[in-house]
Design a binder for this molecule. Structure first.
Ligand SMILES: [Zn+2]
Length: 190
């Protein structure tokens, strides 16, 4: 597998998705509880490396490491930590069709190695191109998620916009309704 070095938006997205599978984001329920869910996560992100029994705990550890990096977005800390994640890299190359810079995974790499390299490239690319203020916690008051904001304007607020953003919108909508409206609706329902 090869990871294009300029494809940090994709890579940072995989890192964000990985940290948001953690139990603390889902009220204690791990969204990568077994090897099957890990294989499905890899397939969803087009990561073709095989999944071994030892990968589950290793990916959980990697997830904690990546989360710690996002939670403490000090430039030096991010660069050192993310550089460490790229250790499964083999050689530097150019992609066959586009001739973009890419890094190859070492032969016999596992899904943990692939995810580690991808998270490393994603974090380094985001630091280089966008800056450390793009590493943030979710803006939804009840959510413990975190994300790397790779949007152009940099105003992303939620770890899972479709989920956390909608929850906040619904809560705001309820809060905006006047008591009179609510009373009216209450009567109408009876
Ligand atoms: Zn969230």
């Amino acid at each position: 597998m090869q990871v294009a070095l300029d494809d940090y938006v994709w890579a940072a997205g995989v890192a964000t998705d990985l940290v948001n599978t953690a139990p603390e984001v889902w009220h204690g329920e791990d969204h990568l509880p077994d090897l099957a869910s890990l294989a499905a996560f890899a397939e969803l992100h087009s990561i073709p490396t095989p999944t071994h029994a030892s990968d589950l705990r290793a990916v959980h550890r990697l997830r904690t490491t990546v989360r710690d990096l996002i939670d403490r977005p000090d430039r030096e800390h991010l660069i050192t930590g993310a550089s460490g994640l790229t250790s499964p890299a083999g050689h530097l190359t150019l992609l066959p069709e586009s001739a973009r810079w890419a890094v190859s995974l070492r032969p016999a790499a596992t899904v943990t190695d692939a995810l580690s390299l991808i998270c490393g490239v994603g974090i380094l690319g985001a630091v280089q191109t966008l800056g450390v203020e793009r590493f943030r916690g979710c803006g939804a008051p009840t959510c413990q998620g975190a994300f790397i904001d790779t949007t152009r304007p940099g105003r992303r607020r939620y770890c899972m916009p479709g989920l956390c953003g909608n929850r906040v919108n619904v809560a705001n909508h309820r809060a905006r309704r006047t008591p009179r409206q609510s009373a009216h609706e209450h009567r109408a329902r009876q």
